[in-house]
Design a protein around this ligand. Structure first.
Ligand SMILES: [Mg+2]
Length: 161
């Protein structure tokens, strides 16, 4: 069954933060390059190589995108906005919820608000943590672990069929 929705983790999957988790970044955030931000303390956030191109390629193929990230929503949203990628994601769950709950919320919101009903088999979840991958697979969602199943983000394009 082809993938219709890809749900991305953020920290360690689409971007890296020198502060560890991006929820610890201290606003205000400022752009310091096309794919990089700094916070009030000088900590950096950097989109990983290929991340922006991958998101744009997926959207170009008509694939829906969302995000599930354990994060402080205002900071994560501001980072997405400054990087110019906020609008690519539908119903992102940027909160301290376990990933299986966030994935269920995203599927519910697509059905409820957009009338788009997705089965778990049509969803691909991407994360850098094994525990989160396991939670997604328990829901019947296909899941790929960055660094293990994917050597680099663009490799995801081989897993869409
Ligand atoms: Mg992560």
């Amino acid at each position: 069954m082809p993938v219709r929705l890809v749900i991305f983790d953020l920290d360690g999957t689409l971007w890296e933060c020198t502060a560890g988790v991006c929820g610890q970044l201290l606003p205000p955030l400022a752009l310091e390059g096309p794919d990089a931000l700094r916070d009030a303390t000088g900590a950096h956030l950097q989109l990983l190589p290929g991340a922006r191109a991958l998101l744009e390629t997926l959207r170009g193929q008509g694939i829906l995108l969302s995000a599930a990230s354990l994060n402080d929503e205002p900071v994560a949203r501001e980072a997405l906005r400054l990087l110019g990628i906020e609008d690519l994601f539908s119903y992102p769950q940027l909160r301290w919820h376990p990933k299986d709950l966030s994935i269920r919320n995203i599927l519910h919101l697509f059905a409820e608000r957009a009338g788009i009903r997705l089965t778990p088999q049509e969803v691909l979840f991407v994360d850098d943590q094994a525990d989160n991958i396991r939670m997604a697979r328990d829901l019947g969602v296909r899941a790929l672990q960055v660094g293990r199943d994917l050597k680099a983000l663009p490799d995801l394009l081989e897993h869409l069929a």
